[in-house]
Design a protein around this ligand. Structure first.
Ligand code: GLN
Length: 542
């Protein structure tokens, strides 16, 4: 039995040399192993940028905004955490420099620091420490990933804060993991350890000595190189691990375990190391993935197709649904701005995902129409649902100028700004002149499903809860006209005012949802909407 402690232990994960090494996956994988050993985990992300949250950041730059149950607009790494551990992430599990400073300045104005000079150390670092150590929800381990790369100016207060926590709590309650790169130089035919040495040197200058090194590498790192890294980085040889590129991300926890990462972590904390670790579910899923050969072709018609991170949870959800349906899914990326409808002839299913703004709308409407007219399974997510409804309004209901107020004033606002709605009994209000940050319908909301519909068949329930992130809604005043076209409003908000799910019963599989089901899918629990969609797509003959 693991030794429980009322006080959490902290594992800090930093990254060096280059960005995009996969710190999020490394953190999630370590958490999985601790969980398998019976410990309760919580994962947090500290982002050094100055935005208050990623909600206002362009997906082109920053990738997807991951939405939590409690309505947080957070970094996409929280998606990895939740998908791997099944632990629901919360708004309070992601903090940025912007958030820290906005709290700090509010406190300063209120007079909390009256008489004092407000400084990065100790005031900013104290707020960071408070964030890290608050509200751990009874976790045995809190894993904190620090965004960015060691050496970045913005990251320094965060590194200082985690140094202070380690200093205060001591080795028994704090551990530092550093993820680094060991590149292979083809010309020299050699793996290079110097970048890792420099990165650790950088950490040590600010008083942080990593305990564990995870070395990303395309190839096996020979023992002699690991010895070299250990010696120059002042780390035991047993604590230098290889983080090789994997066939699937679901192999990563197994690879860490095989090398003894979790064992070394437990030894550091002087916790018992059980020999038997229940990881059968992970082994089974990896071998199931390896055996999946059939391919289903699905198009994603969006605006951010150039940066796949913009659709991270969506890609994962489709992947999970594929594995559940014994098929790999090959994604065909269609840039909605190019209106490249020809490409849709080669696919068995079409997804129009979430999106913002008018650019690319014509392409998305054309995709919804193509799917509807050619009996190709269609899944419209949020904006994709609004597009399906606008398409039906224009081309079936004869409302030629049907539009969304998102694109400007319109005589027929079939999709319009939601100015008022009810959340947990209290009214939320919005106006078109309000702030853009954090003011959408965000987080989990209930939806009531009509029996006898495809949505009911998919969910097997009349009551569901899904996560939202949007400002506009399908206008319920147009329901009677839209229903005449054969479209069914199969899911509504409990007060019956907000359309949540639409479908076309005459079509083999055509569903639009106002929410984002992709945030709740995991490899062990594939989302029923995606499974249903891929299942239908798989049957389409090309
Ligand atoms: N732009 C739309 C809205 O705000 C859809 C948002 C989305 O797809 N997440 O309502």
């Amino acid at each position: 039995m693991p030794q429980k402690s009322s006080k959490p232990r902290y594992i800090f994960i930093t990254g060096g040399v280059v960005s995009s090494l996969g710190k999020g996956l490394a953190s999630a994988s370590i958490a999985v192993l601790l969980q398998a050993r019976g410990y309760k985990v919580r994962l947090r992300k500290l982002d050094p940028y100055l935005n208050v949250d990623p909600g206002t950041m362009s997906p082109f730059q920053h990738g997807e905004v991951y939405v939590t149950e409690d309505g947080g607009e957070t970094d996409l790494d929280l998606g990895h955490y939740e998908r791997f551990t099944g632990v629901e992430a919360r708004k309070s599990d992601n903090v940025t420099t912007g958030r820290i400073y906005s709290n700090l300045i509010m406190k300063e104005r209120r007079g909390d620091y009256l008489g004092g000079t407000v400084q990065v150390i100790p005031h900013v670092t104290d707020l960071i420490k408070e964030f890290i150590q608050s509200d751990a929800g009874g976790a045995d381990f809190v894993l904190c990933e620090i965004g960015g790369t060691v050496g970045d100016i913005e990251g320094q207060p965060f590194l200082e804060a985690i140094r202070q926590i380690g200093y205060k709590l001591g080795k028994d309650r704090a551990l530092y993991v550093h993820l680094t790169l060991v590149p292979y130089l083809a010309a020299a035919k050699e793996l290079k350890t110097k970048p890792t040495q420099h990165s650790v040197k950088e950490l040590r200058t600010i008083g942080l000595q990593p305990n564990i090194l995870l070395c990303r590498s395309e190839r096996a790192i020979p023992k002699s190189d690991r010895q070299k890294i250990a010696l120059f980085c002042n780390v035991s040889e047993d604590d230098v691990f290889e983080a090789r590129d994997a066939e699937t991300i679901y192999e990563v926890p197994l690879s860490y375990h095989k090398q003894g990462v979790d064992e070394q972590i437990l030894k550091h904390f002087e916790l018992p190391v059980a020999k038997d670790v229940p990881l059968k579910n992970w082994q089974n899923i990896v071998s199931k993935i390896a055996k999946t050969t059939k391919v289903t072709h699905v198009a994603i018609v969006g605006k951010y197709t150039g940066l796949k991170d913009a659709y991270k949870s969506l890609i994962e959800a489709v992947y999970h649904a594929g594995i559940a349906n014994d098929t790999q899914v090959e994604l065909h990326w269609v840039d909605a701005r190019l209106q490249d409808i020809k490409k849709l002839k080669d696919v068995q299913g079409i997804i129009v995902p979430g999106g913002f703004g008018e650019e690319g709308v014509a392409g998305k409407l054309a995709a919804a129409r193509f799917a509807r007219e050619n009996n190709i399974p269609y899944l419209g997510i949020c904006f994709g649902m609004q597009m399906a409804v606008l398409e039906a309004a224009r081309n079936l209901a004869g409302i030629k100028d049907a539009s969304s107020t998102e694109f400007g004033p319109t005589p027929n606002p079939v999709v319009g700004l939601m100015t008022e709605w009810v959340k947990e009994g209290s009214k939320e209000k919005r106006s078109s002149k309000g702030d853009l940050g954090g003011t959408m319908r965000l987080g989990s909301y209930p939806c009531v499903i009509k029996k006898g519909t495809l949505a009911y068949e998919v969910y097997g329930s009349t009551k569901i809860e899904e996560r939202h992130r949007h400002r506009y809604e399908v206008n319920a005043n147009y329901i009677p006209q839209l229903e005449k076209t054969g479209m069914v409003f199969s899911g509504m908000s409990p007060d019956g005012k907000l359309p949540e799910i639409v479908e076309i019963p005459e079509h083999p599989w055509f569903v639009g949802v106002q929410f984002h089901p992709e945030f709740k899918s995991t490899i062990f629990n594939p989302h029923p909407l995606f499974s249903g969609f891929v299942g239908a797509a798989k049957k389409v003959k090309l």
